[in-house]
Design a protein around this ligand. Structure first.
Ligand code: SF4
Length: 325
């Protein structure tokens, strides 16, 4: 079912806009109100992200990756919540990868998942030993650890017939990754809310893409999720990411609203006003056409890549006709 059908067929049951009952457990009225507000906001944002990117469709089997951190608990909690009122029927299966870190409390996730009544699997793979044997002492291990985790989980999704893999990355992760790639990689790219893996086999979705980390942290605290720290392995969080995170948090304090504006900019990209010749056919710009684009370049403006170039290099325009490009 497409995004348009979500909006047009069932406008009253848009994901994330119905009342909810699961926030009624907290006894303190102030905390209960705060929890209800947060839950409504997270539901609304997740519903919007799911619709905007057509993340979940009728009959999907969604594998929800659960690390034991605040983000993945919140992801599962809000997805379970939305599932009750969603205009489409879909399955959720929670999966945790036990990476055999020393001190990993193996009982916590199975107990939690059984208590919320979601089908789940605990996959065991000793990536800890692999990482320790490959990465030199003192170097950060998170890069290799994440790659091994991703590979294992993607493979497991195939085994259980899950056609979507939901990850708990949120808006702040997306912005941090954007700046990391710009500052250290010389690329304008981030973590997309939805993507197909490199081998074309897995569809990854990030339903928390519109949600703020501080809301997620507050929600996880109020819900009392049994958080398992990621750094049981003794590794430090990627220091470059930490620097970017602090930069963004500083901006959030000194310039309220800047984070929102920056995230909006990721959704308002203008290829003709950047400088990527692979994304926009600057060489083919011509006088006499709106914005210098032959035939309006509508297809290229929509798809962003290649379409303008193909159009310009086709019958409409040819440099050898003697006109200046
Ligand atoms: S902190 Fe440890 S477990 Fe977490 S991603 Fe890094 S290496 Fe892996």
């Amino acid at each position: 079912m497409s995004d348009i059908q979500y909006r047009e067929l069932l406008p009253e049951t848009r994901l994330g806009e119905t009342a909810d009952d699961s926030a009624d457990q907290t006894p303190d009225p102030k905390l209960k109100t705060r929890l209800n507000k947060l839950q409504k906001r997270l539901r609304r944002e997740m519903g919007r992200a799911i619709e905007d990117f057509n993340m979940i469709e009728e009959g999907d089997r969604v594998m929800v990756c659960l690390s034991g951190g605040k983000d993945s608990y919140t992801l599962l909690d809000i997805l379970l919540n939305l599932q009750k009122s969603a205009p489409v029927s879909f399955e959720l299966v929670a999966v945790n990868l036990d990476q055999k870190q020393p001190g990993f409390p193996e009982h916590i996730l199975p107990e939690y998942l059984a208590s919320v009544g979601v089908p789940f699997h605990i996959v065991e793979r000793d990536t800890y030993s692999i990482v320790k044997s490959v990465v030199p002492e003192g170097k950060t291990t998170c890069g290799l650890c994440s790659r091994l985790r991703r590979g294992t989980l993607y493979g497991f999704a195939d085994e259980i017939g899950a056609n979507k893999i939901a990850l708990g990355h949120h808006r702040d992760d997306i912005l941090e990754t954007f700046f990391l790639n710009m500052f250290y990689g010389g690329k304008l790219k981030s973590m997309p809310p939805k993507l197909v893996s490199d081998d074309g086999k897995n569809m990854v979705i990030r339903p928390l893409a519109y949600s703020r980390e501080k809301d997620i942290a507050a929600y996880a605290g109020l819900k009392g999720f049994p958080i398992i720290p990621c750094n049981l392995c003794g590794s430090q969080e990627n220091l470059q990411r930490q620097v970017i995170k602090e930069m963004l948090q500083g901006w959030d304090r000194s310039h309220p609203g800047r984070i929102e504006t920056m995230f909006r900019s990721l959704q308002n990209v203008v290829p003709s006003h950047l400088a990527d010749t692979g994304l926009f056919d600057f060489a083919g710009l011509q006088l006499g056409f709106p914005h210098g684009i032959v035939n309006g370049g509508a297809a290229g403006a929509q798809s962003g890549q290649g379409a303008i170039r193909r159009r310009v290099n086709g019958s409409t325009y040819c440099r050898s006709d003697g006109r200046d490009p």
